[in-house]
Design a protein around this ligand. Structure first.
Ligand SMILES: NC(=O)c1ccc[n+]([C@@H]2O[C@H](COP(=O)([O-])OP(=O)(O)OC[C@H]3O[C@@H](n4cnc5c(N)ncnc54)[C@H](O)[C@@H]3O)[C@@H](O)[C@H]2O)c1
Length: 239
C-alpha cells in the first residue's frame, strides 16, 4: 500500500499503459481518477472514470477544479495520454503535426499548469510525464511524435525546478518507455517489432506492467530524492 490516502490522476487511463498504472496505483491504496476520451476497458472500485480531452484547455481547468472540490487534493499526476500520426516529414500534413502536438505536448501543459501549483499549495506531490525512447533517439517517420516526446523531457526538467523553488517537495520526472505491447503497437508491422526486440539487451519487447512499476516507484515516497529525471524503461535499447 505504497500510495495509501493518495489521490492520483492518470490521463489516457482507459487502457494500455495508463490503464495498467491506474490499476497498480489503486492496488497500492490510491484513489485514482482515470481520464480519457473513451470509456475504461476494465472495472476497478478505486478507479473513477472522467471523460476529458486533454487538448481542451478550458475542460482541463474545469476538471482540476472538480477533482479538488470532490477529493480535496491531487497528490499524483501521470501525463500519459498520447497519440501517433506517423509519416515521413515531407508527407506529414498540418493536421498530423497539430494533432500530435495538441495531445502529447499541449495536453501535458494543460493539466500541469493547474496541478503543479496546486501541489505547491498542498505541500508536495509527484508528476510523471510519459516520454518515449523516440524522444531520446528520434525515429524515422515520427517527427511530430519525437518532437513532443523530447518536449516533455524539457518540461520535466523545467517543472522540477519551477515547482520546487519554494522548498516544497513537488517532484517531476519522466519515464521513457521502449517498445511496449499495447494497442499503439498494433499499427507497427510484426517484422519491425521483431527488429525492435533484437535492438534491446534483453532481446524482447516490454509489457505494460513493467512501465506501471516504474511509475509506482516515482509516484511513491520511495522516490523521495528523485526529481528532474528521465528514467528509460526499454530493456536496454541500443540504437
Ligand atoms: N506502447 C509503447 O510502446 C509506448 C512507448 C513509448 C511511449 N509510449 C507512450 O505511452 C503513452 C500510453 O501509450 P499506450 O501504448 O498505452 O497507448 P494506447 O493507445 O493504448 O493508450 C493511449 C490512451 O490515451 C487516450 N487518449 C488519446 N488522446 C487523448 C486525449 N486527447 N485526451 C485524453 N485521452 C486521450 C486514448 O483514448 C487511449 O486510451 C503514450 O503517451 C505513448 O506515447 C508508449
Amino acid at each position: 500500500m505504497r500510495l495509501k490516502n493518495k489521490v492520483a490522476v492518470v490521463t489516457g487511463g482507459a487502457k494500455g499503459l495508463g490503464g495498467e498504472m491506474a490499476m497498480l496505483f489503486a492496488a497500492n491504496g490510491a484513489k485514482v481518477i482515470a481520464v480519457d476520451m473513451m470509456p475504461l476497458t476494465y472495472e476497478n472500485p478505486n478507479v473513477e472514470y472522467f471523460q476529458l480531452n486533454v487538448s481542451d484547455s478550458a475542460a482541463c481547468k474545469a476538471f482540476c477544479d472538480k477533482v479538488i472540490e470532490k477529493y480535496g487534493k491531487i497528490d499524483i499526476l501521470v501525463n500519459n495520454a498520447g497519440i501517433t500520426r506517423d509519416a515521413m516529414t515531407r508527407k506529414m500534413t498540418d493536421d498530423m503535426w497539430n494533432a500530435v502536438i495538441s495531445v502529447n505536448l499541449t495536453g501535458v501543459f494543460n493539466l500541469t499548469r493547474h496541478i503543479g501549483p496546486h501541489m505547491e499549495e498542498i505541500g508536495g506531490g509527484s508528476i510523471i510525464n510519459i516520454s518515449s525512447v523516440v524522444g531520446q533517439f528520434g525515429n524515422i517517420g515520427q517527427a511530430n511524435y519525437a518532437a513532443t516526446k523530447a518536449g516533455v523531457i524539457g518540461l520535466t526538467m523545467t517543472w522540477a525546478k519551477e515547482f520546487a523553488r519554494k522548498g516544497v517537495p513537488v517532484r517531476v520526472n519522466a519515464i521513457a518507455p521502449g517498445y511496449i505491447m499495447t494497442d499503439m503497437m498494433k499499427t507497427v508491422p510484426p517484422e519491425l517489432l521483431e527488429k525492435f526486440a533484437k535492438q534491446t539487451m534483453l532481446g524482447r519487447l516490454g509489457q505494460p506492467e513493467e512501465i506501471a512499476k516504474a511509475a509506482l516507484f516515482l509516484a511513491s515516497d520511495d522516490a523521495s530524492y528523485v526529481t528532474g529525471q528521465t528514467i528509460a524503461v526499454n530493456g536496454g535499447m541500443r540504437l
